[in-house]
Design a binder for this molecule. Structure first.
Ligand code: DX5
Ligand code: ZN
Length: 224
């Protein structure tokens, strides 16, 4: 069995008690806090920035996975590194110099990743595998929680998995494959079979009354 990681997106949390919401999902068995940064420019929504990351950092030892949906990306990277982000991912279309942005994230001591929208081709991976710790495939168009999983993402996951396995066999270096958008208890097993190892879930966890029951149900599906 591969290692599976569950990453609740706090986008669907109750922001009036965000610290508790972070602690509650980790206590319920989640592995990573997924942190969605939207700028009302690269994506049509406006969410949270480094101040909020700083505010939740003392609430947990879990990894904070910052998903940047902003343009430009470079100048905000050090701000997130400074307040304790562990993983920083960005969309290749949002950076003028992808290799430089990835380097910047690593220089700041964070793990680096690229995010692919449903229609963004995987060829952006061609020359940067050595600089990646994570590949994130969007299974919805970015901007909002609570959208439906786009089924065509499964084929893309299989292709990304093939590229990662080939790379790992050659180099011995691991790259995480994360999926984001519309992940639920009833599709997580199929998504895992297509190759994902890290699962973002916002509404599927935070819109249920019992986080532990939901995360346990996800793990039970993953163990099938
Ligand atoms: C969408 C965000 C997602 C979102 C997922 O742009 O990147 O992380 O919060 O929400 P659900 O799991 O509800 O689709
Ligand atoms: Zn996200």
């Amino acid at each position: 069995q591969p290692t599976f990681r569950i990453a609740p997106s706090i986008l669907s949390a109750n922001f009036a008690k965000l610290g508790e919401e972070v602690q509650n999902v980790i206590a319920a068995g989640a592995d990573i806090i997924h942190f969605d940064v939207m700028d009302n420019h690269y994506v049509p929504n406006l969410t949270i920035g480094p101040m909020i990351c700083e505010a939740i950092r003392p609430c947990t030892d879990a990894l904070i996975d910052v998903h940047l949906m902003v343009k430009p990306v470079d100048r905000i990277i050090p701000d997130f590194a400074k307040v304790g982000a562990n993983i920083i991912t960005f969309h290749p279309e949002a950076s003028e110099h992808i290799d430089r942005s990835l380097g910047l994230i690593r220089e700041q001591g964070c793990k680096a990743g690229l995010v692919f929208n449903p229609a963004t081709p995987l060829h952006y991976l061609d020359h940067v595998m050595d600089k990646l710790d994570m590949i994130l495939l969007m299974s919805v168009n970015p901007g909002f929680g609570g959208q439906k999983f786009i089924p065509g993402t499964l084929d893309k996951l299989r292709e990304a998995r093939r590229r990662i396995d080939e790379y790992t066999a050659k180099t011995g270096r691991e790259i995480w494959l994360e999926i984001d958008g519309g992940v639920k208890v009833d599709n997580i097993a199929e998504i895992a079979r297509a190759g994902a190892d890290t699962f973002v879930a916002g509404s599927a966890i935070y819109n249920t009354p019992d986080y532990k029951a939901t995360i346990d149900a996800m793990r039970a599906e993953l163990a099938k």
